[in-house]
Write a new protein. Structure first.
Length: 113
RNA sequence: AAGGUAAAUCGAAUAGUUGCCCUGACAGCAAUGUUGGGGAGGAAAGUCCGGACAUCUACCCGUCACUCACGAGUGACAGGUAAAUUGGUAGCGGGUAACGCCCGUCUGGAGUGAUCCACGAGGUGCGAGCAGAGACGCUUUGAAUAGAAAUGUUCAAAGGUUCCAUGCAAAUGGAAUAAUCUUCGAUAUAAGCUUAGGGUUUACCCUGAGCGAAGUUGAAGGGUGAAACGGCUAAAUCCUUACCUAGAUGCAAGGUCGUGUUCUGUGUUUUACGUAAAUACAGAAAGUGCCGCUCGAGGCUAUUAGUAAUAAUAGUCCCAGAUAAAUAACUAUUUCUGUCUGCCGAUGAGGCAGGCUCGACAGAAUCCGGCUUAUAGAUUUACCUUGAUA
RNA sequence: GGAGAGGUGGCUGAGUGGUCGAAAGCGGCACACUGCUAACGUGUUAACCUUUAACCGGGUUCCAGGGUUCAAAUCCCUGCCUCUCCG
């Protein structure tokens, strides 16, 4: 689990990022990025009912994504709000694949230092 | 030993590292830090029933305060109840806060058996079904139409009992009748089957008590013929009975100290008199903090009552409360599933070693009692059937 | 989280035990009209399986499965899916 200061929590902030953020994607990972004018980077996760109707699978994917983001948070630029959204695929994703794709998406967004 | 039935329990484990949510203690002015404790399920699911709890509606009773023309009225607080329609359940008895749930038992059905079952009030009506030549959605006739035909569809006419009501009448509407017995045959036994007879109803004929001026009047009786005379089945069509439940809405109920935004309305002030600005109050929208919120019809153990469901008593324990939503990730070992290789064995069953892969169904959201549905596998207990041994 | 409504031809949508494979509209196809097209008008048209050279014929199907009934789109139970409302 991420620390509280690195979490995107408020619905207001989410709406702002959805509206004004820039769009990046790699395979089954979608990013929305916007500057927030703060010292830290805040990350939110959006896994909808369309991804999987089962609550267990949605929670599982969210946990994996959180762990991956936590692992690589030090390598990312500061002062951004990011929303991570996985896209539905035919088969349930594997963790290593998810990590590669997320890193590639972050690279496209020029968020790495 | 093999196969089965029922009930119950578990549903990966251990260690290390890195994190998250709630919370106690200590240090600190505070931010925060140190340290201790706890952190998903049997279904958390479906939302199919039942409650608790909360607010609102109506009514009743009580207490207090105020008003009064002494009849009463108004307000506050606390408690209780919920007309009718609708709805549900259904052998009998019990349990429960309550239930459509659970337990016991009776009857019926399935099974060799342990056991299992969404079988269980009554029905004279409506509408159906079985059997039958025939049960009115019928029978007969005619016409039209579809078809090669069998046959079907539509329309019209006629036919076969009684009573009541309305109407001058044609007619319309409603309600019903009620009875079977003996015997021969048949059959595994029987029957709504079959033979004969009696009785009942009805039609015709004969006779003609009575009444009348007059008969198309006709009691009782006799003869001949005819007869749908018998009342089976279901109740998740419908009706009745008994019992139960039922005011409405649901924690997004509801409450509250606040807090800023935006909009609308009203009032006041200022003046550049404009549809401006400031300010106060009220309302609305979206957002947000706290309470409700987890100690409960609670778990565990023991005893007592009871066949049991369950209840009572005593002891003991505190066991998730998140809100873009915690309960996790990684590594190692073990276990488990599948598969591959090698060895033992007989090429089978099985066992040993090693490699790889996967980890049943599934994630709390106010809380409980049930039901239903999903679920790899493991364990325990009791019982049944078959076989073997003693 | 809680409360409710629905699922019927290609689409919309009526049908609450028998006359129903099923009203009506849109759509499709054919005919007619026109020099040609559109509109109007008339007729026709569900899908799948089986059989056939083809038509005809037979069977199954009203979200899925099970039950009640002589008979189910309709009544009862379970599941799946879709939609609406509640701060």
């Amino acid at each position: 689990m991420l620390a509280l200061e690195n979490r995107l929590v408020a619905g207001r902030d989410f709406n702002a990022v959805y509206k004004c953020g820039r769009f990046f994607s790699f395979e089954n990972i979608v990013l929305k990025v916007a500057k927030n004018g703060l010292e830290t980077t805040r990350v939110g996760f959006s896994v909808g009912l369309k991804f999987s109707p089962r609550a267990v699978e949605r929670n599982q994917v969210k946990r994996w994504l959180r762990e991956i983001v936590k692992k690589h948070l030090g390598e990312m630029k500061k002062g951004f709000d990011v929303i991570v959204m996985p896209k539905k695929e035919a088969t349930f994703p594997v963790r290593q694949k998810l990590e590669q794709n997320l890193l590639s998406a972050i690279l496209r967004g020029n968020l790495l230092i």
